[in-house]
Every structure is written in structure tokens, then in C-alpha cells.
Design a protein around this ligand. Structure first.
Ligand code: FDA
Length: 305
């Protein structure tokens, strides 16, 4: 049943017309639990609140199904505005973005041009930028753009998904760039031809790549709510004397909030991935897919309205 629900919400997350409809109605159906606001101003206030509590942030400009240059240009402007706000208000925040929002599906020259505009402002404002990883179809293209930009800018990283069979090879190949990587389980619906179908295999591969990347001496963001993986990391860094400034934990805004504070109190660096923007529908559907209990939460919200 859980797998059917997961597939259903992942199917909905790819529905472009629904995104357009959802945009017009504002943050609804409980989406505000996972999305910090629709404007940069609202996001700034939410970042300030988390920074005050000792948590760092990576601000994510939500944008999906971008299929023309004008939309990609608008998303680029939004990211630039977000980076400038982080600089102006001296927030403890990085930026996360998706390359499809910057025109990945249009052409390599469009996406590179937009990314360079964002990166130039990010350098000026000393803001680190992480390129999220999307579905398998875009994985190689994303890594190609990342490695190109990494040769031009220091302050850029990307994401590697533990559910893909190719991941171990990617960690090995990327080691040549000493990259700052965010490691995650993976959030998209992928075929068993390219990704481990069983959770236990994904978890094992996750542990394997955490160990590889840390022992290669690279900065590692362990992005998960899974206590088993968090505890594994804590043991690993202790065993290998990995310094506290070589890794951090990351979790999503609105998920396991108490655990985020707990890890911070224990002395670990804790970063919250905070999405904002009007394009919240696809992101929200993926969060529902991850956990059926969230669907009950949404249903309750609708009934209580
Ligand atoms: P798992 O799914 O096993 O969950 C462990 C526990 O965490 C659950 O039992 C539950 O208690 C809690 N939990 C997890 N998800 C929840 C939810 N939605 N609501 C409530 N509780 C929940 N993926 C991707 O493909 N590309 C990317 O770029 C990113 N970026 C990214 C950044 C950050 C900071 C995080 C934390 C995650 C991502 N992801 C991602 C998403 C990631 O791939 C994965 O889908 C989610 O993190 C859920 O997996 P967990 O590792 O938390 O484990």
C-alpha cells in the first residue's frame, strides 16, 4: 500500500497543469508546513528565525516545469534576488536550485549563461550554491554542468543520490574535483534498471558513499531524517577522527524539526533546506510521497478549513 501511495504522489508531482493551477491559489492544503513562503521577504524572515536558533539554512528557489527561456530568465532573477538578500541581511544561508529551472532542458548554453549570472552574484555575496539533483534522465547533464562550473567557481556543490547504481562511480570520478557534496537517498520515481528498488539496499549504499566521500577528505553534507544513517555517521566520524568542519547534517524545512534542534544542541552543524516560491506543487507532492502520514496531515487540514 505504501509503495502504491508513493507512486501515486510521485506521478502527481510530474503533473504540469496542476502546478499552474496550484500557483494561482497560494500555499494551500498544508503546503505551508514544508514551504517557508512565496516571496523572498517571507523567506528572509523564516531564515532569520532559524539562524537565531542556531540553525543554518540553504534557501531553495522552487521552480519546476520551466520550458522556455523567459521562465528560465525569471527564475534566474529570483535566485539572484535571493542571493542578494542573503548578503544584505548577512544571513547564515546558502542557496539551492534546480538546473531545469535555469533552462537545463532548453540548451546547455542557456543553463550555463543563467548559472554564471547567479554564480557571479553568489561570489560577490560569499554565498555557497548547491545544484539539486533531479531525475535520472538529467543526472549526467547535471553533473556535466556542475563540473564545468566547478572549474570556474569554488563556491559550488551538487547532490548525489544513494538509490542510483551509478553513484559509487560518480563519487569516485568527482573526487578529482574535491567537491562539497550533499548526499541523499533520492526522491524521484526511478526504474529498477537504474536504481535500487529496496530501501535496505539504498540505505547500505548511502552508508557506503558517506564513508567514501568523508574518507576521501571532502566536505560532506549528510541530508537525511533517518536516525540509523545519522547514528552511523556519528560513529564513523568519531572512529576516523573526522573534524567537525568537514561535514554537516541537513534536513528539510518542516520535517523532524525537534531532531534538527537536538543535533544542533549536540554540537553538530545542522542546515535546514528551506524552499520558497509560488512553484510549490511538485516539491509538496514529493514530500507526501515520502511519508503516508503526511497525507493524513493534509486531509486533516482540508477538513478543518
Ligand atoms: P527515509 O525516507 O527513510 O525517512 C526516514 C524518516 O524520516 C522517516 O521514517 C520519517 O520519520 C522521516 N521523514 C522522511 N521524509 C519525511 C517526510 N516527507 N515527512 C515527514 N517525515 C519524513 N532528493 C533528491 O532526489 N535530490 C535532491 O537534490 C535532494 N535534496 C535534498 C536536500 C535535503 C536537505 C534533504 C534532507 C533531502 C533532499 N532530497 C533530495 C530528498 C531525499 O532524497 C529523500 O527523499 C528524503 O530526504 C527522505 O529520505 P530520508 O533520508 O529522510 O529517509
Amino acid at each position: 500500500m505504501e509503495r502504491v501511495m508513493r507512486d501515486f504522489f510521485l506521478f502527481l508531482s510530474k503533473n504540469k497543469p496542476m502546478t499552474k493551477v496550484a500557483k494561482q491559489y497560494g500555499l494551500r492544503f498544508g503546503a505551508a508546513r514544508f514551504v517557508a513562503g512565496e516571496t523572498v521577504e517571507q523567506a528572509v524572515e523564516s531564515i532569520k528565525a532559524l539562524n537565531k536558533e542556531g540553525l543554518c539554512v540553504t534557501l531553495d528557489c522552487l521552480g519546476e516545469f520551466i520550458d522556455n527561456e523567459q521562465e528560465a530568465e525569471e527564475m534566474t532573477e529570483l535566485c539572484i534576488e535571493a542571493v542578494r538578500a542573503i548578503g544584505v541581511y548577512e544571513l547564515d544561508s546558502q542557496l539551492s536550485l534546480k538546473l531545469t529551472s535555469m533552462g537545463l532542458d532548453l540548451s546547455e548554453s542557456v543553463v550555463l549563461e543563467n548559472m554564471r549570472r547567479i554564480m557571479d552574484v553568489a561570489v560577490e555575496n560569499n554565498v555557497f550554491v548547491t545544484i539539486d539533483m533531479e531525475d535520472y534522465e538529467r543526472c549526467q547533464k547535471t553533473l556535466d554542468v556542475f563540473t564545468q562550473l566547478k572549474s570556474e567557481y569554488e563556491n559550488i556543490g551538487t547532490v548525489i543520490q544513494a538509490y542510483l547504481y551509478r553513484t559509487e562511480g560518480d563519487i569516485e570520478a568527482l573526487n578529482a574535483f574535491s567537491p562539497n557534496l550533499r548526499l541523499v537517498k533520492g526522491a524521484y520515481k526511478e526504474s529498477p534498471e537504474v536504481a535500487f528498488p529496496e530501501k535496505k539496499d539504498v540505505d547500505e549504499n548511502f552508508k557506503k558513499i558517506i564513508k567514501m566521500h568523508l574518507l576521501n577528505g571532502n566536505y560532506t553534507a549528510i541530508a537525511t531524517h533517518d536516525d540509523q544513517i545519522i547514528n552511523y555517521t556519528k560513529e564513523l566520524v568519531k572512529e576516523h577522527n573526522i573534524p567537525s568542519d568537514q561535514f554537516e547534517f541537513q534536513m528539510l524545512y518542516g520535517i523532524c524539526a525537534e531532531r534538527q534542534h537536538e543535533l544542533h544542541r549536540e554540537g553538530y552543524k545542522m542546515r535546514v533546506y528551506m524552499p520558497f516560491g509560488t512553484d510549490w506543487y511538485g516539491y509538496f507532492m514529493r514530500r507526501l510521497a515520502e511519508r503516508p502520514a503526511n497525507v493524513a496531515f493534509v486531509a486533516k487540514g482540508i477538513i478543518n478549513k
